[in-house]
Design a protein around this ligand. Structure first.
Ligand code: B3K
Ligand code: ZN
Length: 861
């Protein structure tokens, strides 16, 4: 760390204090210019804590032009490092602040920025302070009236939150629009966009009969790719009315797609801003996965209108209040729109492959963190996905009706307020009568609980006793742990019949027994069905029992989970002993093929190996390259065992005109998985080449390229990649897929290849999507090359983090994740990775974002 720099300070949940002032309204005027934008802010302020005489306004990188109180120039304030400290003896006052900011120099894509000829804002978490001096905290809610002024020809659309109240022309080719948002909101939900777009419109009538205009704004020429997003929006609006009785509240709902965006999307009130990747789709350019993501992210942002906007967070430590809950809501929506089991497995993969790893590493934190240096670092799989699992457990414990009552109570109590996670749990408890006092610990305790299971069957009494124990390994920054309330869903099944008995048991103590009566010797038990709790299960279970569950349990998740554990054992056996497991794999493959599984989504999952990251999480330390090779060897055995089945399935596949529809998508998914296995097993390229040349959709084109990206067929892969690049040269969203395919290729000349990619005409380090496609894909997914023994992969990523740190700290801080886990590695990798982290730590001008992660990783904890 550069010693001259000030060490960034952490903020603590325990230090929360109310603001002390009410902002009764704010009136903003934006005079937009890419080089220098002037913002005039008029605040009506009322003191609520009469003993407080200092008003703190946050601000960062602003030029202050004037400051007035009640119409008079006012000088009793100090410009401090992160804002203004104003002497404020008034009970009520009108404050006017004029500032300037520099949108085109803002590459961080936070605050007001100018990119690709568009003005755009991103305020969550703390970006509003880069626009004007203001209490940039989520518990300060107010109503906004905004006037936007800009050049008319370049920026015909001037958009802001709420309803448009006026527009007009000015001299010099400029024009203006005024907007008013009647709903009080925190400033993180403020948005402004000015640019030239294709506008696609639609309409929705709410359940109570109100008409809402739906407006989508996309890059010129892309209008035809917007229909799926609009359809998804209408489905989301309807689903929320039917499922939770929640209706949209403004007359217009706008979604703007922009090319330069740090994340997926943002739920600004009435004016969502989206990464264009999650809006634009047609069959030729978007995959089934893109279609799925668009639908679920449109839904997620829409659902925030109630869970996040109408009821918001008191402080940023409560982020999971809105994110965990909204992820849970979008997961339920996706399940209802497509297949429950495919969605559930996808969610569990995210938990096991990413969240468990985060929770075992240096950035481990509870879903409600206690301490934060840079808030943007806490938009994590823990806050989002584990947060959603916590909500799901409440849903499991309360049941559908109890949960709905809890939601109703939450909105009745807190509409229009900024509240805490505790307020949410209290509403759930009060409305349902279920005691959630011990359950609340899930909010404050980090780490993945381990539940160990042993079983005892008593044939004399026909009772099955399941002894369950919970343990909680210490995590970074949190050594002491408490017992949690863990819902253990179970299913007793009999392979000879369809009968099934099921229940949910609450594990509350160190050890508890679940006793089931009237059990016969033929019955089997599956535990944690549907992944009823985000825990690791330790169970001395033999392979034959796992295989019974895999083949005969009624709960599809339990079947998949059993297959995962059998595969894991075989991969580890291979890694530990080098032994040949091809025979075991062939037997499993054969059983799955002959089981007559009609759910093709489930079949694809049953035929897929556990991810590399999930396997790594099963041991304290890993020899990454050995584990990787073992997994590859097992993959080859599985491919060999499936080859005949694969060829039959692919050759018998009926190609239809493309539509995004669940059963078609699942068929394509299985076909593309089998194509990978076939190419890997046979080294033959004809089926993949044929698919590539006949493909009428992006899923199949990419599926063919993926299949060919194996060591034996790289020549063919390269030549089709050239064709692909020529065809899609002008479409950056598709080109990102091409960048990622290259960056994830296991080849010894990967570093020069990456350099070629970053010097490609369409590549720029200023665009987060491009950076993620190349540097991100390499760091996260190219396991053998990233972890190369000579440390060159780590060095490449570290170089790029240092470069991005000064351009866009949020992007740098995301990509650093794979470099944080050096303590988990064995061999030269551990030291090589630590060296690169130290090099990053020594960089001068390190952003708070990168600083927080690097110091945690290098620290002694
Ligand atoms: N709330 C935003 C994420 C904001 C991230 C700020 N670094 C999108 C979402 O979760 O819906
Ligand atoms: Zn969200």
């Amino acid at each position: 760390m550069d010693n001259s720099a000030v060490t960034p300070a952490a903020k603590r949940l325990a230090d929360y204090k109310p603001y002390g002032f009410e902002i009764k309204s704010v009136d903003l005027v934006f005079d937009l210019d890419p080089q220098r934008t002037r913002v005039t802010s008029r605040l009506k302020i009322k003191k609520t804590n009469l003993s407080q005489n200092k008003l703190m306004l946050d601000g960062e990188g602003l030029a202050l032009l004037s400051f007035k109180v009640n119409g008079q120039v006012y000088e009793a304030f100090r410009v401090v490092e992160n804002g203004l400290q104003v002497v404020f003896p008034f009970e009520n006052a009108d404050v006017e602040i004029v500032t300037e900011c520099l949108p085109s120099e803002n590459k961080s894509l936070e605050g007001l920025y100018y990119a690709a000829s568009t003005f755009c804002t991103q305020c969550e978490a703390e970006g509003f302070r880069k626009i004007t001096y203001f209490p940039d905290r989520p518990d300060v809610l107010t109503t906004y009236t905004v006037k936007v002024i800009a050049d008319q020809e370049k920026y015909p659309y001037l958009l802001c939150n709420g309803n448009k109240t006026g527009q007009g022309e000015l001299a010099n080719g400029r024009h203006w629009a005024t907007w008013h948002d009647p709903f009080k909101k925190p400033c993180y939900l403020f948005a402004l966009v000015a640019g030239n777009f294709d506008q696609v419109t639609d309409q929705y009538t709410t359940i109570s009969g109100r008409d809402v205009a739906l407006e989508l704004y996309v890059d010129k020429g892309n209008g035809s790719r917007g229909q799926h997003a609009l359809d998804s929006l209408k489905k989301s609006m309807q689903w929320d009315e039917q499922t939770f009785g929640l209706e949209y509240d403004l007359d217009v709902y706008m979604v703007v797609a922009v090319d330069f965006f740090n994340m997926g999307a943002m739920e600004n009130k009435g004016l969502n801003v989206f990464n264009s990747k999650f809006v634009l789709a047609n069959a030729e350019s978007a995959t089934d996965e893109d279609y799925f993501n668009i639908e679920s992210i449109i839904a997620h942002e829409y659902f925030h209108n109630w869970t996040g906007n109408r009821v918001t967070c008191r402080d940023w430590f409560q982020l999971s209040l809105k994110e965990g809950l909204t992820v849970f809501r979008d997961q339920q929506f996706s399940s209802d729109m497509s297949s429950h089991i495919s969605n559930r497995i996808k969610q569990v993969r995210v938990m096991r492959e990413h969240q468990f790893a985060e929770d075992a590493g240096p950035m481990s934190h509870p879903i409600r963190p206690d301490e934060v240096i840079e808030m943007n670092n806490f938009y994590t799989v823990t806050v989002y996905d584990k947060g959603a699992e916590v909500i799901r457990m409440i849903h499991t414990l309360l049941g559908q009706d109890g949960f709905r009552k809890g939601m109703d109570c939450y909105f009745e109590r807190h509409d229009g307020q900024a509240v805490t996670c505790d307020d949410f749990v209290q509403a759930m408890q009060d409305a349902s009568g279920v005691d959630l006092s011990q359950f609340r610990r899930w909010y404050s305790q980090s780490g993945t609980p381990v539940v160990s299971v042993s079983k005892h069957y008593d044939p004399a009494n026909n009772t099955l006793t399941i002894s369950l124990k919970q343990t909680h390994p210490p995590t970074a920054g949190q050594k002491e742990k408490q017992n949690l309330h863990i819902p253990v869903a179970w299913e007793l099944f009999d392979k000879r019949t369809d009968e099934v008995k099921s229940g949910v048991f609450s594990l509350l103590n160190d050890a508890d027994d679940l006793v089931i009566e009237n059990v016969n010797a033929e019955q089997n038990i599956a535990l944690f069905t549907d992944f009823s709790a985000p825990v690791k299960v330790q169970q001395a279970i033999d392979n034959s029992e796992s295989l019974e569950i895999m083949l005969y349990a009624k709960d599809s998740f339990a079947r998949w989970d059993a297959a995962q554990s059998v595969y894991s054992d075989l991969i580890w056996k291979r890694a530990d002993t080098g032994g040949d497991v091809a025979g075991d794999i062939a037997a499993i493959a054969q059983q799955l093929i002959s089981a007559g599984i009609s759910d093709l989504g489930l079949l694809s999952e049953l035929l897929s190996l556990p991810g590399f990251e999930y396997l790594s999480e099963q041991r304290e330390k890993v020899d990454v390259l050995t584990l990787y090779s073992a997994r590859e060897a097992v993959r080859k055995s599985l491919a060999d065992a499936l080859n005949t089945f694969a060829v039959d399935y692919i050759e018998g596949f009926e190609n239809k005109p493309y539509q995004y529809e669940t059963s078609d998508a699942e068929k394509r998914r299985l076909k593309n998985l089998l194509l990978q296995y076939h190419t890997l097993a046979s080294g033959q390229t004809d089926l993949a080449q044929q698919q590539f040349s006949l493909a009428n959709n992006m899923t199949d084109s990419l599926g063919a390229l993926h299949a060919l990206r194996t060591p034996g067929t790289l020549g063919c892969f390269e030549s089709l990649m050239l064709d692909f690049e020529q065809k899609w040269h002008d479409d950056v969203l598709v080109l990102d897929k091409w960048f990622a395919l290259h960056a994830g290729t296991d080849r010894d000349d990967i570093l020069p290849t990456l350099d070629l990619l970053t010097s490609h005409q369409r590549f720029t380090f200023d665009n987060p999507n491009r950076v993620r496609s190349v540097v991100g894909t390499f760091a996260f997914y190219n396991v053998p090359q990233f972890h190369k023994e000579d440390g060159s992969g780590y060095q490449y990523v570290a170089d790029n983090i240092i470069r991005l740190n000064s351009v866009n700290p949020q992007v740098a801080s995301r990509i650093i994740t794979p470099l944080l886990k050096w303590k988990k590695l064995t061999g030269p990798q551990a030291e090589n990775m630590r060296l690169q982290l130290t090099r990053i730590a020594d960089t001068s001008g390190l952003s708070k974002d990168v600083y927080e992660k690097v110091t945690k990783s290098l620290g002694s904890d």
